[in-house]
Every structure is written in C-alpha cells, then in structure tokens.
Design a protein around this ligand. Structure first.
Ligand code: F6P
Length: 403
C-alpha cells in the first residue's frame, strides 16, 4: 500500500504509554519515509478535521518535545462515538477531512469503545490500525496503560497503610475499573492489600467483615503499641450480592451510553460501618486494648479514598513505554502492509502479531481461577474462598513472556 502520510489519534480515557505509542508510530513512519501528523482530541478532532487549516506534523524536533515516560496523550483524547452523530454525511465528512490533509491511514490508540468506532470506520473504507490502550486491561490483548495503573494502585495501597496504621483505620481505596477488575486485582496484590473487591465477584459483606475483623484485631493485639490497619481495594464497578454495580440513577449516562457509577468506596465503607456498629465484639476489642473512649471513640474508623484520575495520571511505567513504542511502530508496519482493521498484539523479534479489532475488543474479565490461588494465600475477595485446584502443564513451543 502506498502510504505517504499518516495520522495518529488517541481516544477514550487517557493513561500511561500513549505518548510511547505516538512516538513509536511517528518514528517508525519516519524511518520508512512516511510523514506523521497529529489528529488532535480523538474522534472529535477527526470529525472536525475538514474545518482545520493546519495539522501538527510530527517532525523529529516536535517529537523531541513529547515525553514518552509521561502518562496522558500529547494528541489529546475525547469520548465520541461517530455512529451516534446525527449527520447522515458524517463518514463523508471524515473522508474529506483526511483527503484535505493528504492522510492515507490512521493509527488509532484506545480501548473497547475506541476500537468499536475503529471497526465502524474501517467498514466505511477508512484505512486504520489499532494500537491497544486501556488502563482497565479488559481487551483480549495487553494494552498500554494497564501496567502503569497497576503500579500506581500498588503504590497507593502501600502508602495508605502508613496513615491507616497510625490511626488504626480500615482504608478502602476505590480504583477505576467499570466492568473488569484487572487493575484493582493486580494493583491490590501488588500493594499487599488484605481484601480486593472486583465486578466479577458479587461481594458478600458478612464475609468481608469477618475477614477484616479477624485480621485487624489480630494485627492490633499483636502490636506492642496497639496499632494496625486493614486495606481494601475496590474496583468502581464492584457488584453487590445481586451482581449489580453501584450506579447513580440520577446522574444519567456518559457519551458512550454507560451509566454513571455512584462511588463503590463509599458504599463499602457504609456497609462495613453498619455491620461493625451492630457487633458488640468490636466494641469489646476496643475496650480490652485500652483504645476506646466512651461516647467519643468506640469503634475503629473506616475511611474511603478515591484517587480517581490519579490512577491513570502522572508517569508511565517502563513496561508501558516499551509496549507503547512497539505497538505504535507495529501499527505503522500493519498500515503499510495493507492490514487495516486490525489490532497490534505484540512484537517479538521481527514478528509483528495482530488480530482483527472486532475480536480484540470483546471484553476480557478476571479469571476467577487465579483468584482462588490468592484466596489460598489469604486475600479476601468478598466470597467464601474457593479451593485452588492447580494442574501442572509442561509448555510446548514458544514460551510466552512479557519482555
Ligand atoms: O477508559 C477507562 C477508564 O479509566 C475507566 O476505568 C473509567 O470508568 C473511565 O475511564 C473514566 O473516564 P472519564 O475520565 O471519561 O470519566
């Protein structure tokens, strides 16, 4: 395919690794004699390209000002579903915008929503390749942003333990993760949290409370200064006993039609406080250890912390910069080979693997069998621990590894 100029676009929630994708794509294109321009502000910018006079060209000098090691996207993101735009000429408008700026193909980085729009654009004859991105890690492939978010969550769990320990508090950290709990799970394990609540496992609060009570009491009573904490990581999309997320019915939906969530951290705190209030043993524990002060301080406090966008902001992990650069570069390879409509899976040596985007965006959930392993190691997931039944399998062929 004769490609002279490509556009790079990032869409959906920002996260670590996106600037790596931009640099990887532009530098690989440059090495092939192809020019790269930025389509700013995601699909909104693509839709409005026709009205833009000048696009930014990613020259070597411009690229030098993009810091791959920082999260966010130099290209800017938006959440726009092209199909939903009430303009029958929307696809023509996009094609004319691309023609106006001489853009022969697009590298699009985003998650499942972005991918679904990309599949739509490809079906309309627009040449595009997908570099996977989502801190939620719910695509079939690895996607930039996941590792950075996991590391941020792990650091927050670790740091919150110092204040939790000082105040004898139960700390609930709410992390992003609407449908899948990958980052809450892996970040929670990375920070050595006591309990992790994810959408895949409806939470039974009697079980959470029991685990919390035993561990917290034992920590405090085994401490010479009577200090202890208990940490919980909850994904924003956690489900209650009925398997439903904690949704704010009055808040409506976002531009992709997702119901707005109402604060899983606060919900967990309230549920635990209610059970604790009705439990005389907790009051007795406070008295026995000379912590209680009548009428003033009779029960341990539960506090929720909602870092929100901090989980995906700041710095990219080294892994995401590596993966991002490779995914961006590989996307250009796919474009030049006429392999539009596909998602980069990974690069190993000279092998660039890919999969149709329509397949890749099928939602991937946490494998609850892996949860059973961590239950065997003592972490609570808000259900009665299931037995971990390992099978041992010798690897045949290529050994899968992350680096
Ligand atoms: O795109 C992933 C994500 O980080 C989700 O985990 C979260 O629900 C959502 O984005 C929040 O996005 P916004 O910044 O648009 O509120």
């Amino acid at each position: 395919m004769n490609i002279k100029r490509i556009g790079v676009l990032t869409s959906g929630g920002d996260c670590g690794g996106l600037n790596g994708v931009i640099k990887g794509a532009a530098l690989m294109a440059m090495s092939m004699g192809i020019e790269t321009v930025i389509i700013s502000n995601g699909y909104a910018g693509l839709y409005n390209l026709i009205d833009v006079d000048n696009v930014s060209v990613l020259t070597a000098e411009r690229l030098d000002h993009i810091r791959a090691e920082l999260a966010g996207s130099e290209a800017g993101n938006s959440r726009v579903k092209i199909k939903k735009i009430d303009n029958k000429d929307k696809y023509e408008r996009i094609k004319k915008g691309l023609e106006k700026h001489g853009i022969d193909g697009l590298v699009i980085s985003g998650g499942d929503d972005t991918g679904s729009v990309m599949v739509d654009l490809a079906a309309q004859g627009i040449t595009c390749v997908h570099a996977p991105k989502t801190m939620d890690l719910d695509l079939q492939t690895y996607s930039v942003g996941g590792d950075s978010a996991i590391n941020r969550i792990a650091e927050m769990v670790r740091d919150l333990k110092t204040t939790g320990h000082t105040h004898n508090r139960v700390i609930v950290l709410e992390a992003f993760g609407r449908y899948a709990g990958h980052t809450a799970f892996r970040g929670g394990i990375g920070g050595d949290a006591d309990c992790i609540l994810i959408p895949e496992i409806p939470a039974d609060f009697d079980i959470v409370y029991d685990h919390m009570k035993k561990r917290f009491i034992s920590r405090v009573e085994n401490s010479d200064v009577k200090a202890g904490t208990y940490s919980i990581v909850v994904a924003e999309g956690m489900t209650d006993a009925k398997g439903e997320s904690i949704v704010d019915e009055s808040a409506g939906v976002d531009s992709f039609g997702h119901a707005k969530l109402a604060g899983a951290g606060k919900y967990v705190r309230k549920r635990l406080e209610a059970i604790m209030k009705a439990d005389p043993e907790m009051k007795a524990f406070m008295k026995r250890n000379n912590i209680a002060v009548e009428g003033v301080y009779e029960l341990p406090e539960v506090r929720e912390v909602t870092p929100g966008h901090l989980v995906r902001a700041g710095a990219s992990s080294a892994f995401d910069v590596n993966f991002g650069k490779e995914a961006g570069a590989a996307a250009v390879v796919l474009l030049t080979r006429g392999l539009g409509g596909n998602t980069v899976v990974r690069v190993r040596g000279t092998k660039v693997t890919y999969k149709p985007t329509a397949e890749v965006i099928k939602q991937r959930h946490v494998d609850v069998n892996t949860i059973a392993l961590y239950e065997a190691l003592g972490t609570c997931f808000g259900r009665r621990p299931e037995e971990f039944r390992p099978e041992t399998v010798e690897v045949e062929g290529e050994i899968q590894r992350e680096y």
